[in-house]
Design a protein around this ligand. Structure first.
Ligand code: ATP
Length: 249
């Protein structure tokens, strides 16, 4: 029997901002070599989960196990690449200078995959200051920052924002290749369900800070009893009222 290898376990993670409980006892396990699509309405808590995993905010309670570590979690976080919300860029530095900052922070001498990443993202002029880049180009630099250093876990918060259709396809194919060849795990959020449906292997549906359902693509495709596509399963979760409101609009 092949042992399932998990890269992440969140157990009963809670997070409040002021009086508002944003994450309400989140339990989540991510298996190596799978692509998890994180789906939820605006304000559902997707970014907050990602920030907790990336160590950008501390949970109020609950535990995080990353690559088998509870204690030395900051040490193993060097194996995590992330883009969370808008990319954090130094506007007066060039794209290459921004990338070099991440390289140094991650202690990467040379990254042989960098030229592949730049060409996949079609970032041709890396000597331009990023303040002069378009929104989509800035997003691409942010994605490149997440990809450098061969991360084993990628956390991509709405990475498709601002990308043109060609860039979306190129990124999708690149990420699929990373999973096939390097067994990377990806947690990706997007409001474009049709795009997530094309390449995620698992879907995590979250609402009001609670994970309501985790379903694999195979389950979705083979569960003849429900015979529902991703959008229908998701709308069902939001409740009959909103469901019919959306469908009738
Ligand atoms: P979206 O799809 O709009 O990006 P999301 O699912 O990523 O939404 P989060 O960004 O995780 O949602 O936000 C969840 C809730 O937490 C929201 O109500 C938001 O206002 C609140 N929130 C997030 N960050 C903070 C903060 N730093 N201080 C106070 N409230 C916050």
């Amino acid at each position: 029997m092949v042992e399932t290898e998990y890269v992440l376990h969140l157990s009963n993670v809670e997070k409040r901002y002021g009086k508002n409980k944003i994450l309400k006892g989140v339990n989540l396990s991510l298996q190596r070599g799978r692509i998890y699509g994180l789906i939820g309405q605006n304000g559902a808590g997707k970014t907050t989960i990602m920030r907790v995993i990336a160590g950008l905010v501390l949970p109020d309670s609950g535990s995080i196990q990353l690559f088998g570590e509870y204690e030395k979690i900051d040490f193993v976080r060097k194996n995590v690449g992330c883009i969370i919300e808008s990319p954090t860029l130094y506007p007066n530095l060039t794209a290459m200078e921004n990338l070099n900052i991440i390289r140094r922070l991650k202690n990467i001498e040379e990254d042989e995959s960098l030229s592949d990443i730049l060409s996949m993202l079609q970032i041709n002029d890396t000597s331009k200051k990023v303040k002069n880049y378009s929104v989509g180009m800035k997003q691409k630099v942010g994605i490149a920052m997440a990809l450098i250093g061969d991360p084993q876990l990628l956390i991509l918060d709405e990475p498709l924002n601002g990308l043109d259709p060609i860039a979306i396809v190129r990124l999708r194919k690149y990420l699929q290749k990373l999973v096939e060849e390097k067994n990377v795990t990806i947690l990706i959020s997007s409001h474009i369900l049709s795009e997530l449906d094309k390449f995620a292997s698992d879907f995590i549906l979250i609402d009001s800070g609670e994970i309501k359902k985790v379903i694999t693509k195979e389950e979705l495709e083979t569960d003849a009893s429900t015979n529902k596509n991703l959008e229908e399963v998701y709308l069902d979760l939001l409740g009959e009222e909103q469901h019919s409101e959306v469908l009738n609009s």
